[in-house]
Design a binder for this molecule. Structure first.
Ligand code: SAH
Ligand code: DHB
Ligand code: MG
Length: 231
């Protein structure tokens, strides 16, 4: 399609489309709106998933009938709220956050959303909390959303795979990183980790996966989606 020379820069159009889709298909309810306002008032970085992405996570959780969800990286619980609302009565979401100040904001947002019986927020570096979860017999999980420190995504994927039921989804955010994913010369530890994640998944017979590039209000990035237990 011909781009009109007077049309806005491409990034502005990505954001406009996100806003358009959000308005019609992924509008905020009061809980999501309050979570974002509280996060921004508390100075949290605005790095949560976009509304269309939050809605996608919710639809994926609903479409597989997820009843146990694990999330790495809570921030202010924005993605947490999208996901928790996909759960049927009595089911749980465990979310892991290393920053105590963020976790405090997140817990307030979870309570305000009426989800404190659903969401179990654990504070501490995920790699320290995972052995505790294992010892408690947590899981198996139906959906895992990996969205914490990007260097550790391969380790989180590994743990999630060992704690997933057949038919589960494991979704990793921020894998494309402005296209750096395909740059074999990159020495950015976050990029190297996403390349390692892809190589791990390629060699892993327990999952079938793909990566989808995304543009939108958060720029150019993408996510990996892996289905457990199907060739
Ligand atoms: N999933 C959120 C955004 C998460 S941002 C949303 O879309 O709404 C990434 C979060 O991971 C930050 O809050 C950061 O503090 C947290 N984080 C960073 N390192 C971590 C670690 N080692 N363990 C757990 N959380 C970590
Ligand atoms: C960052 C983290 C995210 O999870 C994200 O989606 C975008 C940016 C960050 O740490 O900058
Ligand atoms: Mg992210």
């Amino acid at each position: 399609m011909q781009r009109r020379s007077d049309s806005p820069p491409v990034e502005a159009r990505w954001s406009s489309v996100d806003d358009y889709v959000t308005g019609l298909l992924a509008p905020h309810d009061a809980a999501l709106e309050a979570a974002l306002s509280a996060g921004s008032a508390a100075g949290l970085p605005a790095i949560q998933v976009s509304p269309p992405q939050g809605k996608l996570l919710q639809l994926l959780a609903r479409s597989i009938g997820a009843s146990a969800i694990l999330e790495f990286g809570t921030l202010g619980a924005y993605s947490t709220i999208w996901l928790a609302k996909a759960l049927p009565e009595g089911r749980r979401l465990i979310t892991l956050e290393s920053n105590p100040a963020y976790a405090e904001v997140a817990q307030e947002n979870i309570v305000r959303a009426g989800l404190d019986e659903v969401v179990d927020l654990r504070v501490g570096p995920a790699l320290d909390v995972l052995p505790e979860l294992h010892a408690e017999g947590a899981g198996p999980f139906d959906l895992t959303f990996i969205d914490a420190d990007k260097e550790s995504s391969p380790a989180y994927f590994d743990w999630a795979l060992d704690h997933s039921r057949p038919g589960a989804l494991i979704i990793a955010d921020n894998v494309v990183r402005d296209g750096s994913l395909a740059d074999p010369e990159s020495d950015d530890p976050k990029v190297l980790a996403q390349r390692r994640l892809h190589e791990m998944i390629a060699a892993e017979e327990r999952v079938s996966a793909t990566t989808i590039q995304t543009v939108g209000g958060k720029g150019y990035d993408g996510f990996t989606l892996a289905l457990v237990g199907q060739p």
